[in-house]
Design a protein around this ligand. Structure first.
Ligand code: PEP
Ligand code: MG
Length: 539
């Protein structure tokens, strides 16, 4: 028996055998060829076939997981058409007189290394993609079937990391869970696993290797705990936990459609945090009373260039329609710091978390901001929509943003476009400054939502990305709780409502305290809505 801890990125427990998938590219050998030009043609043939397969994969993925997930395969297809890539492989074949599979593999590793060293996160993410598409070409050249999980027995699939195309091809029925050495919580593996509801643990490092193949394993996606070669007693204990989870899920059903009210009749609205329209469906499935935070920046992060007004309008409208009569709070662009998009060409900064980000970018680039605002206003004709501004620190920022919103409305009026004239404009309280002057801000904002993730980082001066600072990051720190209380009090004194949309909102040990403070709304991930309602109703 061996116990290890990774990072749980998709909830649920799995018990089963490990199927370790080794990387095909590690094993490609260099072979000298007689005719380099012939070999270049062989490469071109395999490349074209790989591109066709990716096109087909895009279609099936769109059906199975939606257009957003399919987009990746379109990007992969384009990578295979890239002239630099094709020339680099051709040059390698000719200069080394080497076989195509080795030349593809070498080129992929070189490109991937270059991508990984770039400062831009979007480009860094391409490092995995170039390996992924190249692996497909190598498999075709070697006459192998693409890696699929066509195993007879449902298993826990393990690998150093999964390429995006592999995760998308997984069959739900035969995949008990995913386990990787590398990866991050926002890697494709994690996102796909969550989308498909497959438990996943990442970040096991070197401890996970081929020797795990075929061995029994327990994986807990809630805690990140892994037990290899568990005893019968351990398996039984985990089965018991699985049964309890199943019972708990059934119990939660009783809270669907109910108000979130304590026994003494205090009500708190339970909303959901989402990033796209699929999450909005999840919010509805989990009976969220609205969307408290739509992180609109994902639209920008997925694009190669600024998403235009129509594209944004369609995305916001789709969410507003899915949520029907429930409120959808769209947070305006929150890019910068850890969320980078190359086309913004943001300056490299010593201290990006305190740099040019979120509303600051929008105020410096009013046209970018107004494009988003117009799209949001247009969507407001199709549901109940509100705007929320991130990273406000001063009253003048809110005023300036409202002036730009007025300009956006005037532009739509000129075009005779319909929108909700009373669309509320609220702010996130996520800087200590905003919390301290929340009395002033409350006079000019329609609502507050406290972003405890950033509020904690800035109040305690603890970088939220830095795992090494865990012991200093006390999420229940009195300083943060006092700022929350001040903000709620000031909101109520000015007659506006105040919610929490940071991760702390889902912390059930604080629910009673938040309700006592008078917090009006808690916005949490969709699967956390019903457990939190149960908690509220039992208080
Ligand atoms: C927050 O800061 O608490 C928040 C909800 O926003 P994000 O996590 O997207 O920065
Ligand atoms: Mg934030």
């Amino acid at each position: 028996m061996m116990e290890l801890n990774g990072k749980g990125v998709s909830k649920g427990i799995a018990i089963g055998r490990v199927r370790y998938i080794s990387q095909v590219m590690d094993k490609v050998e260099k072979r000298i060829v007689a005719d380099a030009e012939d070999e270049v043609r062989r490469f071109e043939g395999a490349r074209a076939l790989a591109a066709t397969q990716l096109g087909e994969l895009a279609v099936t993925t769109a059906e199975k997981l939606g257009d957003k997930n399919a987009l990746l395969f379109e990007i992969h297809q384009m990578m295979l058409e890239d002239v630099d890539y094709r020339e680099a492989v051709g040059d390698k074949i000719r200069s080394e007189n080497a076989c195509a599979e080795w030349s593809v593999s070498e080129t992929a590793v070189e490109f991937s290394r270059d991508f990984a060293q770039m400062t831009d996160e979007y480009m860094q993410a391409r490092a995995a993609d170039v390996l992924d598409v190249s692996r497909r070409v190598v498999e075709i050249l070697l006459g192998k079937q693409p890696r699929r999980n066509a195993f007879d027995e449902p298993s826990i699939l393990a690998a150093w990391d999964f390429a995006p195309s592999e995760t998308a091809q997984l069959e739900r029925e035969t995949t008990l869970a995913l386990l990787t050495s590398g990866g991050s919580a926002n890697s494709h593996t994690a996102i796909f696993a969550r989308t498909m509801g497959i438990p996943a643990v990442i970040g096991l490092g070197e401890s996970l290797d081929e020797s795990w193949n075929g061995r029994q394993c327990i994986l807990d996606g809630d805690t990140g705990r892994i037990i290899l070669d568990p005893s019968e007693a351990e398996i039984e204990a985990v089965r018991e936990k699985q049964r309890r989870q199943e019972e708990y899920r059934k119990e939660l059903e009783a809270y669907r459609g109910r108000e979130s009210k304590t026994r003494q009749g205090k009500e708190v609205k339970l909303f959901a945090n989402i990033g796209n329209v699929q999450d909005a469906s999840l919010a509805m499935e989990n009976d969220a009373e609205g969307v408290g935070l739509f992180r609109s920046e994902f639209l920008y992060l997925e694009s190669k260039d600024y998403p235009d007004e129509d594209k944004q309008f369609e995305a916001y409208k789709a969410v507003a329609q899915v949520m029907r009569d429930r409120l959808v709070i769209i947070r305006t662009l929150d890019i910068g710091a850890d969320k980078q998009a190359a086309y913004f060409k943001l300056p490299s900064e010593e201290n990006p978390a305190m740099g040019l980000r979120a509303l600051r970018i929008c105020l410096q680039r009013p046209e970018v901001f107004k494009t988003q605002l117009r799209a949001i206003y247009r969507a407001s004709a199709f549901g109940r929509v509100a705007v929320m501004l991130p990273m406000v620190a001063s009253v003048w920022e809110l005023r300036r943003a409202k002036e730009l919103a007025a300009q956006a409305r005037a532009e739509l009026d000129e075009q005779g476009v319909a929108y909700d004239r009373s669309l509320p404009i609220g702010i996130m309280v996520e800087t200590p400054a905003a919390a301290v002057i929340s009395d002033q801000l409350a006079k000019e904002a329609d609502f507050f939502s406290i972003g405890t993730n950033d509020l904690t980082q800035y109040t305690l001066a603890v970088d939220r990305q830095n795992q090494g600072l865990d012991e200093f990051c006390d999420t229940h720190h009195e300083a943060v709780l006092r700022l929350i209380k001040t903000t709620v009090d000031n909101a109520h004194a000015a007659g506006i409502w105040c919610g929490i949309c940071g991760e702390l909102g889902a912390d059930e040990t604080l629910t009673a305290r938040f309700i006592e403070m008078g917090v009006d709304e808690l916005s949490v991930t969709p699967p956390a809505v019903l457990p939190l309602r149960k908690r509220v109703c039992e208080l």
